[in-house]
Design a protein around this ligand. Structure first.
Ligand SMILES: Nc1nc2c(ncn2[C@@H]2O[C@H](COP(=O)(O)OP(=O)(O)OP(=O)(O)O)[C@@H](O)[C@H]2O)c(=O)[nH]1
Ligand SMILES: [Mg+2]
Length: 487
């Protein structure tokens, strides 16, 4: 049975005295009003502190996509646009990477020259089912009926004079570390190299984040290694001078070998378009192969350095009162994808990079697989992941500049994608076709409805990308705050 209000001890305790005078009543009411004001102020303060605390929770953005899709390059664009000071400080460290890219371009040509001059391409460890739509970057033997290439003394001399670049490549690779090497096809099956399906949450063997971090190489570490300090700084500086000296000494011969008509014919017969690949610097020899070369932003976004593991970057956004965002840049090749999963948890947004120029190319790590097919599979698996069901996904249909070049060079989309049919083979139509296809997959596979956001990008164009990133930043922030209010 309930008690009457008159008997409630709390009501009795705070009730006004029965013989209260008019003056006493006025004083009491004033005191009570004052106490209420103070209490309201405290409540408001607490509310504001809670909101501020929520807003301080750093925004987490994950960059996903297959290898060479442009994830690290997108991150460089974020740094250029939002963390200019830190970016400027690390610019010098990229010099070694760009030198390595250039030297590797030359050594690739020298290796092919050696093969051809010693009587044709040596047999390679290639998979058997390479149909005739080969990857543009995969070396192809010259057709047997073609007239032999006319090599002369000049080519033998160039080969000899550029020979020191093989050692320079090794030194630079050693200095920069493991990620400077490209993954190549292995004929022995690797279990984790199989397509990884994020749609089936959780994966068969959920890797522990703790263990993943054990082998993650922080990007800062190679930058620090390249910059080094103390005693080793002197050694590194001497090494750096020597490397730069050799490269500068080879500048004229590098230009000569690249511009040589027989070499160009050799590349043409092998269907190799080096100028369309990442980290191509042979058109910039006169600027880069010098003793005082300093990389520009444009050089750095074009440089190629493979990502290993998962690397975290923090960027402070001045416009947002110094709020810090964490970006996770992952290695995109098949063997690296198992490491992505632990980072799905608690992530605000995913920027998914889909290179749409690669419909006729194959994966470097497994040339049996078409690169577009691989991207489709990854996209479907990310869209259908239940862990990511409430995560904002932003799609970058990237490498539009290379798509345009490829189409202008006469490559027909319908020869590689039958459903493309008789649509016009121009960049606008092809971009629209891909956007529609990715959108349909997104709608069909998302566990719950969410907004489809995409951008057509060429992330080596830093100015255009800055405009895209400001839209992306706004959307991520808005979504983040909306979610906080719901919590
Ligand atoms: N022309 C052109 N090149 C691009 C574009 N996006 C990236 N690249 C180049 O492609 C190469 C690979 O880009 P990355 O950003 O390193 O690729 P990634 O996705 O980080 O690759 P992994 O680290 O192996 O997973 C780099 O040399 C870039 O400069 C683009 O839109 N256009
Ligand atoms: Mg990368």
């Amino acid at each position: 049975m309930g008690r009457s209000i008159d008997e409630d001890p709390l009501s009795l305790a705070i009730a006004p005295p029965p013989n209260e005078t008019t003056e006493e009543r006025e004083v009491r009411l004033k005191a009570e009003a004052e106490a209420r004001k103070i209490s309201d102020r405290i409540d408001e303060q607490l509310k504001a502190e809670r909101a501020a605390l929520k807003k301080k929770k750093p925004i987490k953005v994950l960059l996903l996509g297959q290898s060479e899709s442009g994830k690290s390059t997108t991150l460089k664009n974020f740094q250029i646009a939002y963390a200019k000071d830190a970016w400027t400080a690390e610019r010098a460290a990229w010099r070694a990477v760009i030198q390595l890219n250039l030297v590797r371009n030359v050594n690739t040509i020298l290796d092919m020259l050696a093969e051809e001059m010693s009587g044709g391409p040596v047999s390679r460890d290639e998979p058997e089912d390479t149909e005739d739509d080969e990857a543009p970057n995969a070396p192809t033997p010259a057709p047997a009926e073609a007239k032999p290439l006319q090599f002369t003394e000049k080519h033998a001399l160039l080969k000899l004079r550029l020979a020191p670049l093989h050692r320079v490549q090794k030194d630079l690779e050693h200095r920069i570390g493991a990620s400077s090497g490209e993954e190549t096809f292995s004929s022995t099956p690797i279990t984790t190299a199989a397509p990884f399906d994020f749609g089936s949450d959780p994966p068969p063997e959920l890797p522990k984040k703790r263990h993943q971090e054990f082998f993650i190489r922080s990007t800062q570490s190679w930058k620090a290694d390249v910059a080094a300090d103390g005693l080793s700084k002197k050694n590194k500086a001497a090494q750096d001078r020597e490397t730069t000296e050799i490269i500068a000494g080879c500048a004229d011969d590098m230009q000569a070998v690249w511009k040589d008509p027989v070499v160009q014919e050799m590349l043409h017969r092998r269907k190799i378009r080096m100028e369309l690949t990442g980290g191509f610097f042979l058109n910039d020899v006169s600027r880069i192969a010098t003793r005082d070369y300093e990389p520009s932003d444009d050089d750095i976004v074009r440089a190629r350095l493979r990502t290993l593991g998962v690397q975290e970057y923090k960027i402070r956004f001045e416009k947002q009162n110094g709020a810090e965002w964490s970006f996770y840049d992952v290695g995109g090749s098949r063997t690296q994808r198992i490491a992505w999963y632990p980072y799905f948890d608690d992530c605000d947004a995913i920027i998914f990079l889909a290179p749409i120029n690669c419909f006729d190319e194959r994966l470097v790590e497994d040339p049996r697989v078409n690169r577009l097919e691989d991207t489709y599979r990854l996209w479907k698996s990310v869209c259908s992941s239940k862990l990511l069901a409430k995560t904002q996904i932003i799609l970058f249909l990237n490498k539009c500049d290379l798509l345009d070049k490829k189409l202008k060079n006469g490559v027909k989309v319908k020869d590689h994608i039958h459903t493309f049919g008789d649509r016009a083979n121009n960049v606008d139509t092809v971009q629209r076709y891909f956007a529609q296809h990715f959108k349909e997959m997104f709608r069909r596979n998302s566990p719950e409805p969410r907004q489809f956001r995409f951008h057509l990008t060429s992330v080596v164009d830093t100015q255009a990308t800055a405009v895209t990133l400001s839209v992306v930043e706004e959307n991520i922030l808005r979504e983040h705050l909306r979610k906080l209010d719901l919590i």
